[in-house]
Design a protein around this ligand. Structure first.
Ligand SMILES: [Zn+2]
Length: 342
C-alpha cells in the first residue's frame, strides 16, 4: 500500500510499499514522477456548448484545432510536460477534441469532471445522480471516450453558496472520497468563497490537503493564509491576464499586473507556504472571445508565459530554485496523484 510522500529538498521519494500514484491523462494513467513541469489550471477549449450545437458558425473546428496545437506546442518547447484542463461540461469540454490535440502537440493533458454552473438537470435530480455521473467519468471515461477524468472541478463565487452549489460540493466530495482523485475549485478571492468551500468539503470528511483552491491571486493575504493553514493548496493562476479592456479599447478594470502576482507568490514563499502553492495561467487554447481582439489585449495569456517569463521573474525577485521546483513540479506530483478511496 502506498503510504505517502517524503519531500527531500526538491526530490520526491516514495514511502512504503507498492505503486507510486498515477494521474489520469488523455493518454492513460501517468506515473506522477513523469508529469514534468505542470500547469495546474488551464483550458484547452472553452465554448458555449449549446451555441456550438445550434449555431455552427460560432465554432470553426480547423481554426480551433490549429490554434490549440500551436499554443500547446509553444508550451512543450518551453519545457511544460503536463497541462490540467479545468474545463467543465457547461464550459464546452470536449474529450475527443482534447485527446486529439494532446496527441498532436505531444502534451500530457489531465481532463476534469465536475461542474462550473449547475445545469437545470442536476438542479432537479438528487445529489446521488450527480455523484454517480462524476464517478463514472473518473472510472469509465468521459462522454463515450476512454479518457478518464483525473480531477474534479467545482465552483462557487459568492461568499455564501446557493443550495444547488452545496449539493455539487457534497457530490464532488463523495466522488473524490470514492475514487481518490483530487478536487480543484474556482473561487472568488474578493468574496473569500474558499472559506465556505473548505467548510462544506470538510463536513463531508474531505482531507483538505487533497483540494486546490483556485484564483488566489487577488484577495487579502490573510484570507489566502487561512486557506493554507487549513491544509489546502492554493493556485496563483492568472498569470497573463494583465488587463481588462472593453471592446472600445477603454480600460474598464485593471485586475492585477504580472509583477503584483509575482509579489503574491514571493510573499507566500517567504511565509513558508511554497509546498502548497501552484502557479498557472488560466489561459485557453481557444475561448469564446473574438480572436483578434483577445490577442491584442491579452498577449501574455498563453501556455508558455510562465516558463519563459514568470519563472525568470520569480528567480529575479528572490524565489529559490527549490521553491520554483515545488510550485511547478513537486506539489503537483503530490496533490494530483490518485490515491486510495477513504
Ligand atoms: Zn479557469
Amino acid at each position: 500500500m502506498f503510504t505517502g510522500f517524503e519531500l527531500t529538498s526538491s526530490h520526491l521519494v516514495r514511502v512504503g510499499e507498492g505503486a507510486v500514484p498515477t494521474v489520469n491523462t488523455t493518454g492513460g494513467a501517468v506515473d506522477v514522477r513523469d508529469l514534468g513541469f505542470v500547469l495546474s489550471h488551464e483550458h484547452i477549449m472553452i465554448c458555449s456548448p449549446e451555441v456550438r450545437t445550434v449555431y455552427p458558425a460560432s465554432y470553426d473546428q480547423a481554426v480551433s484545432r490549429q490554434r490549440c496545437i500551436e499554443r500547446l506546442a509553444a508550451a512543450r518547447a518551453a519545457g511544460v510536460g503536463t497541462v490540467v484542463d479545468t474545463t467543465t461540461i457547461d464550459l464546452g469540454r470536449d474529450a475527443k477534441f482534447v485527446a486529439d490535440i494532446a496527441q498532436a502537440a505531444d502534451m500530457q493533458i489531465v481532463m476534469c469532471t465536475g461542474l462550473w454552473n449547475v445545469p437545470l438537470y442536476f438542479q432537479w435530480h438528487p445529489q446521488a445522480i450527480l455523484e454517480e455521473f462524476l464517478v463514472g467519468e473518473i472510472r469509465q471515461g468521459i462522454h463515450g471516450t476512454t479518457v478518464k477524468a483525473g480531477i474534479i472541478k467545482i465552483n462557487s463565487r459568492a461568499s455564501i453558496m446557493t443550495e444547488d452549489q452545496q449539493q455539487v460540493f457534497r457530490a464532488a466530495a463523495r466522488a473524490h472520497r470514492r475514487t481518490g482523485v483530487p478536487i480543484t475549485t474556482h473561487t472568488d478571492a474578493l468574496e473569500q468563497s474558499g472559506l465556505e468551500q473548505q467548510a462544506v468539503l470538510r463536513s463531508e470528511g474531505v482531507d483538505l490537503s487533497r483540494v486546490i483552491l483556485g484564483h488566489c491571486d487577488l484577495g487579502a493575504v490573510d484570507y489566502v493564509e487561512r486557506l493554507l493553514d487549513a491544509g489546502s493548496y492554493v493556485s496563483i493562476d492568472g498569470f497573463g491576464w494583465d488587463h481588462k479592456v472593453g471592446f472600445d479599447g477603454a480600460v474598464r478594470d485593471v485586475t492585477m499586473s504580472t509583477s503584483q502576482r509575482i509579489q503574491r507568490v514571493v510573499s507566500l514563499c517567504r511565509a513558508g507556504f511554497s509546498s502548497q502553492v501552484l502557479i498557472s495561467h488560466d489561459a485557453a487554447g481557444i475561448s469564446v472571445f473574438p480572436l483578434e481582439w483577445f490577442d491584442g489585449v491579452f498577449p501574455n495569456s498563453r501556455f508558455d508565459y510562465i516558463p519563459t517569463a514568470v519563472v525568470p521573474a520569480l528567480l529575479e525577485a528572490g524565489v529559490s530554485d527549490a521553491d520554483i521546483e515545488r510550485m511547478t513540479r513537486t506539489n503537483a506530483q503530490v496533490v494530483l496523484g490518485q490515491r486510495e478511496a477513504y
